[in-house]
Design a protein around this ligand. Structure first.
Ligand code: CDP
Ligand code: MG
Length: 165
């Protein structure tokens, strides 16, 4: 009986691994991850920003209001750990609620970066989300993944499999 239990739990484990691998393959190239940052949430722009994202043809695969702890923000932005703005970035990103979302569209990563505009809103094109809603280069309203690989890592950082539809 114990042996049977071990076999069936191993099978279930393998089944879920295959499911996860298929889901990841299916999503690659079509998804990106975003956060509406604490400045834009505090400034009351959640609705307007989600509206612009939907109008641009992105589908919502996952969505929630949440808040990063300091440890979460450190981990999420660890590629920037050596940059001079890292401390401020971590403090800012954990300072208040954010909206996290997984978005689907063909060419999602690149198209979303075009929709949000340059990191510094002073350089962002007219009509982009950062141009319209960002306060500054640091408090710049939204995050957008920079590659398909990071989109998956970032989506999984914020959402469990059962929260992504
Ligand atoms: O967000 P994006 O990919 O456009 O820029 P990044 O170079 O990956 O930087 C990540 C985040 O760090 C930015 O979105 C800003 O919030 C912040 N940052 C900053 O505070 N000062 C800079 N000179 C550059 C970035
Ligand atoms: Mg980046």
């Amino acid at each position: 009986m114990a042996l049977l239990n071990r076999i069936s739990s191993a099978n279930i484990g393998i089944f879920f691994l295959i499911l996860q691998a298929n889901k990841t393959r299916y999503m690659s190239g079509k998804i990106t991850f975003t956060m509406i940052k604490p400045d834009a949430v505090a400034d009351g722009h959640i609705g307007a920003i989600l509206g612009k994202i939907a109008e641009a043809g992105f589908k919502f695969k996952a969505l929630k209001l949440t808040q990063l702890t300091e440890a979460d923000a450190k981990k999420f932005y660890k590629v920037h750990a050596a940059r001079p703005f890292y401390g401020e970035l971590v403090e800012f990103m954990s300072s208040g609620p954010i909206v996290a979302a997984v978005l689907e569209k063909d060419n999602a990563v690149e198209d979303f970066r075009t929709l949000i505009g340059a990191t510094n809103p002073a350089d962002a094109a007219e009509g982009t989300i950062r141009k319209m809603f960002a306060r500054s280069v640091g408090e710049n309203a939204v995050h957008g993944s920079d590659s398909d690989e990071n989109a998956l890592i970032e989506a999984q950082f914020h959402f469990s499999g059962r929260e992504i539809f």
